[in-house]
Design a protein around this ligand. Structure first.
Ligand code: F6P
Length: 325
């Protein structure tokens, strides 16, 4: 079994609430095992630029409740080139770092796997993204917080929608995945949820509105995932207005969904996954992502996390619709 004496930890891609709780767990689990830890700043960009910070137990004090990531993050295109990864490997070797834990989404994992294959670096991924779009885990760190953040806004919008008898189109994050829209739409009592995984049905949407009005419904909440319609909620609302002429408002929740203090669920998930990532490295694992399936920690090979599409439960669309009639 390879001896791991020193690990590097980084966060990469879109930040997600709970990333700090994961960093805290990784740092403290490793130190408790007598393993040195270095924080790599700004994701792969800091890895290529050797922007390293030694970590001790106090480096991660009082961060479990913080949103964002103290390690900072980036979406680093240069790391997707072999030269970028070569520089990263040279820096890891120079700092005598034996293994890397990266917290992020599928883009993070692709880069991580390439680095591992080309330079024999031992790596483990931890899923951190509000999108919950990673195969191999039921939940990603940050999803639960984002759902609750978006829900708080939707509840407030419902107050004003009901007061004015208005139709609201509310856009939530998710360029390629409707998991967030589905969860928040169902919990927020939306009349319609529009997601990239289901065909866009303008006719059906118009019918929900006209039929609803006929049955005495005055206000409506339509939750739209940002990638579900060309031009997002704005364009969709304009198309519906052209057909029906109903007055409406559009609200784009945007990056507010990425911030804020993580929920208890995300803090616990991040703590478990962070610890499991270090345990996996010390047990000789590499090239894997830590996940949680049916409540239990699991490991899945990194390529599977993006090669296998994580399905959303389309039945939730029907549950939302029938419960909002
Ligand atoms: O991957 C998380 C995410 O928040 C997506 O939901 C969203 O489409 C994207 O990141 C936005 O990225 P950026 O902050 O780079 O604009």
């Amino acid at each position: 079994m390879p001896l791991i004496r020193h690990i590097g930890v980084l966060s990469s891609g879109g930040d997600a609430p709970g990333m700090n709780a994961a960093t805290r767990a990784i740092v403290r689990t490793a130190l408790a095992e007598g393993v040195l830890v270095t924080g790599i700043m700004r994701g792969y960009s800091g890895l290529m630029g050797a922007d390293f910070e030694p970590m001790n137990p106090r480096s991660v004090s009082n961060i479990i409740q913080l949103g964002g990531t103290i390690l900072k993050t980036s979406r680093c295109q240069a790391f997707f080139e072999p030269e970028g990864r070569r520089r990263a490997a040279v820096n890891l070797e120079g700092a005598r770092i034996d293994a890397l834990v990266a917290v992020g989404g599928d883009g993070t994992f692709r880069g991580l796997q390439d680095l591992a294959e080309e330079h024999s670096v031992r790596v483990i991924g931890v899923p951190g993204t509000i999108d919950n779009d990673i195969f191999g885990t039921d939940y990603t760190i940050g999803f639960d917080t984002a759902v609750n953040t978006a829900l708080e806004s939707i509840d407030k919008i419902r107050d004003t929608a009901a007061s004015h008898d208005r139709i609201f189109f509310i856009e939530v994050m998710g360029r390629h995945c409707g998991a967030l829209a589905l969860a928040v739409g169902l919990a927020g009592g939306a009349e319609e949820i529009v997601i990239p995984e289901a065909p866009l049905d303008i006719e059906g949407l118009c019918e929900t509105l006209t039929e609803g009005r006929r049955r005495g419904k005055q206000s409506f909440i339509i939750v739209v995932a940002e990638g579900a319609a060309e031009g997002g909620a704005q364009a969709l609302a304009a198309t519906v207005k052209e057909r029906l002429g109903f007055d409406h408002r559009v609200s784009i929740l945007g990056h507010v969904q990425r911030g804020g203090s993580p929920t208890a669920f995300d803090r616990a998930l991040a703590s478990r996954m962070g610890r499991a990532a270090v345990d996996a490295l010390l047990a000789g694992q590499t090239g894997m992502m830590v996940g949680v399936i049916c409540g239990r920690i699991s490991l899945v090979p990194l390529p599977e996390t993006w090669e296998t599409r994580k399905e959303v439960d389309l039945d939730l669309l029907r549950v939302a619709k029938i419960t909002a009639t």
